[in-house]
Design a protein around this ligand. Structure first.
Ligand code: GAR
Length: 312
């Protein structure tokens, strides 16, 4: 990434070398202040009014990138220097997580849509991972089929757009999914995450978003498929299983069936109740879901038949 950053900085450095360029160290300092970037080194150099060397210019790019404001910094620079798209630049931008669209530099995000029905602790795990920068993604919508789902509240608190989409009486699955897609399609998600979404998706929808929908299931598939929430843990305990866990998998036309991305185990203790087992599995769910999204967002998996294989 450093190499791409340096190359990008170089291209613009060439452009600011002309004597008529208004870009100098004072300009960098003022622009950083505008963008809310504080940097002692830039402040010191600006005070000295030293010439804007290539190294300092490159340093300003590193700083802007670290602060995740390289896109806005570039937009300010091109106001003075202009910008012509070319393939070489496109490659650098891509590596730096940027795109040039509609006459502007923008940050590229892995766009997630999360479908929920309940309390939304899995949604919260994703929100937290994004805030903690463990995931380079953005949740562009949270959709619930239940009005009272606390997950909606969690999303609203973070200013994530929310949609409540109840099913109509006797509505066919596909008809519901087509209405759902009126919300989803314009947002062009990279991934749709079912995080406690208590509806089965129609083959039409699954086909449209093949390998772009994942689900979290609170058991080790293929055991205990087709069950929801508490019922899963009750069935595990009643069956006398000694281990349980969770599965993150791609969604295909069969319920709880698509290729498995991640599984994590927990022991089932003799004294476990539905609640204690559920709580232990839930912790693993949160970790697994974030890990799976990370793998997908970084393109670190390939699929061979039913097998999801990691690539570095
Ligand atoms: C989770 O335990 C999830 O695995 C389960 O619903 C819960 C939702 O919790 N999903 C299923 O059972 C789907 N078969 P949350 O709303 O706190 O994320």
């Amino acid at each position: 990434m450093r190499e791409e950053l340096k190359n990008l900085a170089d291209i613009f450095y060439m452009k600011i070398l002309s004597p008529s360029s208004p870009i100098n160290i004072k300009w960098v300092h003022a622009t950083f202040s505008d963008l809310g970037i504080r940097d002692e080194n830039i402040e010191k150099i600006a005070e000295l009014n030293a010439p804007l060397s290539r190294e300092v210019w490159y340093y300003s790019f590193i700083k802007a990138q670290e602060e995740e404001k390289l896109d806005v910094y570039l937009n300010k620079i091109v106001e003075h220097t202009g910008f012509e798209e070319n393939e070489r630049l496109g490659k650098y931008l891509d590596a730096l997580g940027l795109i040039y669209k509609d006459g502007e530099f923008k940050r590229k995000f892995f766009k997630l849509i999360v479908l929920v029905s309940g309390r939304g602790t899995n949604l919260q795990a994703i929100i937290d991972a994004i805030e903690e920068k463990k995931l380079n993604a953005r949740i562009v919508a949270v959709v619930s089929n239940r009005k009272k789902a606390y997950a909606l509240e969690r999303a609203r608190k973070k200013n994530i757009p929310t949609y409540y989409l109840p099913a109509r009486k006797n509505e066919r699955r596909e008809d519901y999914d087509r209405r759902l897609d009126e919300i989803i399609a314009p947002l062009e998600p990279d991934l749709i995450v079912l995080a406690g979404f208590m509806r089965i998706l129609s083959p039409w929808f699954v086909k449209k978003y093949r390998l772009k929908i994942i689900n979290i299931h609170p058991a080790l598939l293929p055991s205990f498929a087709g069950l929801y929430g508490e019922n899963v843990h009750r069935a595990v305990i009643e069956y006398g299983c000694k281990v349980s866990g969770c599965t993150v998998h791609f969604v295909d036309e069969e319920v709880d069936h698509g290729p498995i991305i991640i599984q994590k185990c927990v022991k089932v203790k003799d004294e476990d109740t539905v609640e204690t087992l559920a709580a232990r599995v839930l912790e693993k769910e949160h970790e697994s879901l974030v890990e799976a999204i990370k793998l997908l967002s970084e393109g670190k998996i390939k699929i061979e038949g039913r097998r999801v294989i990691r690539v570095s």
